[in-house]
Design a protein around this ligand. Structure first.
Ligand SMILES: [Zn+2]
Length: 177
C-alpha cells in the first residue's frame, strides 16, 4: 500500500481541489471529507485517533470507492507501450480522493478554505494565514485607498469651511482679539 505522506504535495494539487469546490458536482461530499479530515488534524494520540468516530465515518466514505488496476496503451499512435494505470471509477469523489488524501497526509488540508472576502470562493492558501483570494484582496485595498483619499479630502474641505466661516475676529491692529 502506498503511503501518501512520502509524496510531495504541490500547490497545483490544492488548487485542483479548490477549483473543483468552485465548479464541481459532488462539492458537498468533498466538503464533508475536508471538514472531517481537518477536524482530526489536532488529534495526535494513537488511541484517540484509533477510537475516533470521525475516522470511522471517513473510512465508511472511503469504502464506497474502489480502485483497480488496468493495463492500457500509453503514448502516441506511432509509439505506444502498455502501462499499469489506476482506474478510479467514474464518480468525482473517487477521482479526487487520492489528491485529497495526499494533501491531508501532508497536513495541508486546512489551507483549503473559502475566501473571507466578498466572493466566498474556495482557495488553496499558499501561506497558512492567508484567508482572502488575490481578487478580493485587491478590491479591499482599492476600497481602503479610496477611504483614505475620502478622509483626506473631507479634512481639507472642513478646514476650508472653518477658515471661511468661523474666522476669528481680527482687531484694527491686525491682532487676534
Ligand atoms: Zn475572494
Amino acid at each position: 500500500m502506498e503511503d501518501y505522506k512520502t509524496r510531495l504535495v504541490t500547490d497545483s494539487a490544492g488548487e485542483e481541489i479548490a477549483r473543483y469546490m468552485n465548479e464541481g458536482q459532488a462539492r458537498r461530499r468533498i466538503q464533508w471529507l475536508i471538514e472531517k479530515l481537518t477536524a482530526l488534524d489536532s488529534v495526535t494520540s494513537f488511541d484517540e485517533l484509533f477510537r475516533s468516530p470521525i475516522r470511522r465515518a471517513i473510512n465508511r466514505e472511503l469504502a464506497r470507492h474502489t480502485y483497480y488496476l488496468s493495463l492500457l496503451p500509453h503514448g502516441s499512435t506511432q509509439s505506444a507501450r502498455l502501462r499499469f494505470m489506476w482506474n478510479n471509477g467514474a464518480d468525482d469523489v473517487g477521482k479526487l480522493l487520492p489528491t485529497i488524501m495526499q494533501i491531508a497526509a501532508a497536513g495541508k488540508l486546512n489551507r483549503l478554505r473559502q475566501c473571507d472576502g466578498e466572493c466566498g470562493r474556495w482557495l488553496f492558501a499558499k501561506h497558512g494565514l492567508k484567508r482572502t483570494c488575490p481578487e478580493c484582496q485587491a478590491a479591499h485595498a482599492k476600497a481602503h485607498r479610496k477611504t483614505k483619499k475620502f478622509q483626506k479630502d473631507r479634512a481639507k474641505y472642513m478646514k476650508k469651511y472653518r477658515d471661511e466661516n468661523y474666522r476669528k475676529p481680527v482687531s484694527k491692529e491686525g491682532k487676534i482679539a
